[in-house]
Design a protein around this ligand. Structure first.
Ligand SMILES: Cc1ncc(COP(=O)(O)O)c(C=O)c1O
Length: 389
């Protein structure tokens, strides 16, 4: 690539805009990954992740995207013929179920229509069907429809009552919504750097409860790169088993520092306020929320396109003319919905720029909408932001 790409406002459901302080951290000189500086770096990242997740669990850091961390969860827990319950209410739930089946698991899918999520009662019914339940694995925020599973604690309680592990794929939500791992009884949280934690892509993690730690050390997985027991053994002396992506680790550590400086409570409240502003403004422009209110995401804002609106033409206009990059639907939702990442460093001014791009792009395509009205609808909800940012 010869020319630098133009800087655009990235409102994708990952990757997200990365603060300069975080990007700059990648310019630090290389360090020895078997030396004392790396030990300190790893210790710092683990301690910060534990604060973000409100957990005393160990945290394993991987040089891989989120899929690597999901694979780590599956490969270390699922064995041939194990009964695994997976709610499926979006593409990522489907992928998780497929990955568990690839390991030979007997996967019991609890499906519900896109835009909804299965109630905990349905998870309980599925758990009862299992001969011997090994794990319940839930995508906390399915990024494809923009659905957050709001009964995570209830689902974890069900897993516990059946003597099973509880795993949450929180790749697209960790750092943007509540996730107190220990209080909710979660054995493993799976996450990644490039979404609500606002770091560059390429780092992911799994947190491992004491119970799960005992299980994996006695039942080692068939994977080397994603072997949790190996990471835990090396972690004891402040190392990773293989060469880590050091510049990305520097960036992730910096990003976690920024998350903790803001504080998780304020950060979650900020995401809630900006999400509410986006939903409200989109509604004022005739783009109604796709997901039912009880499980609507605060980090991936989705809306149905008005009849006949061309997804590609609309998003191209928003990007080319207004410099705002958003995502469309995929899988069975291709062409039907708009997806806006409300993640990481998103502030009121990002929301207003996005709303203005949406409204003006609609007008350019011949849909008459009141952009001023949309902005006013957003402004009203943004008043909830601390300091009016
Ligand atoms: C819920 C969820 N799980 C897993 C993944 C996979 O992560 P990655 O694309 O970083 O491999 C994604 C990516 O969007 C996701 O949203």
């Amino acid at each position: 690539m010869t020319d630098l790409p133009r800087r655009k406002l990235i409102m994708l459901p990952g990757p997200t805009n990365v603060p300069e302080r975080v990007t700059a951290a990648m310019l630090r000189p290389t360090i020895n990954h078997r030396g004392p500086e790396f030990k300190l770096l790893l210790k710092s990242m683990v301690a910060k992740m534990q604060r973000v997740l409100e957990t005393s669990s160990d945290v394993v850091l991987l040089s891989a995207s989120g899929t690597g961390a999901v694979e780590t969860a599956v490969k270390n827990i699922v064995r041939k013929d194990d009964d695994i319950v997976v709610p499926v209410f979006g593409e990522f739930g489907g992928r998780l179920a497929d990955q568990a089946a690839d390991e030979g698991g007997n996967v019991i899918r609890v499906a519900s229509e896109m835009g909804t999520a299965p109630s905990p009662d349905l998870i309980e019914d599925a758990a009862r069907k299992a001969k011997s339940l090994k794990a319940v694995m839930v995508v906390y925020n399915d990024t494809s429809p923009g659905t957050t599973y709001r009964w995570l604690k209830e689902a974890a309680d069900i897993a516990k009552a059946h003597g099973a592990f509880f795993v949450a794929d929180a790749v697209s939500i960790v750092g943007g919504d509540e996730l107190p791992q220990d209080r909710w009884g979660i054995d493993m949280v799976v996450g990644a750097s490039q979404k609500c934690l606002a770091a560059p892509a390429g780092v992911s993690f799994v947190s491992v409860s004491e119970g799960l730690k005992k299980y994996v050390s006695r039942n080692r997985p068939s994977s080397s790169y994603f072997s949790i027991p190996k990471y835990l053994e090396f972690g004891e002396r402040g190392e990773t088993p293989y060469t880590p992506a050091i510049p990305l680790f520097f960036a992730f550590d910096e990003a976690l520092g920024m998350v903790l400086e803001e504080g998780m409570e304020r950060r979650v409240a900020r995401h809630r306020a900006t999400a509410s502003a986006l939903y409200s403004a989109l509604g004022a422009g005739g783009l109604d929320p796709f997901v039912e209110p009880a499980v609507r995401s605060n980090v991936v804002v989705t809306a149905r396109y008005p009849e006949g609106l061309d997804d590609h033409a609309f998003r191209s206009a928003a990007e080319e003319k207004f410099n705002v990059v958003m995502a469309g639907g995929f899988g069975q939702l291709k062409g039907k919905i708009l997806r806006i990442g409300n993640m990481g460093e998103v502030q009121g001014h990002h929301v207003l720029s996005t709303v203005s791009a949406v409204g003006n792009a609609l007008n350019m395509l011949g849909r008459r909408v009141d952009v001023g009205g949309m902005l006013a609808a957003a402004e009203e909800k943004l008043a909830a932001l601390a300091g009016g940012r």
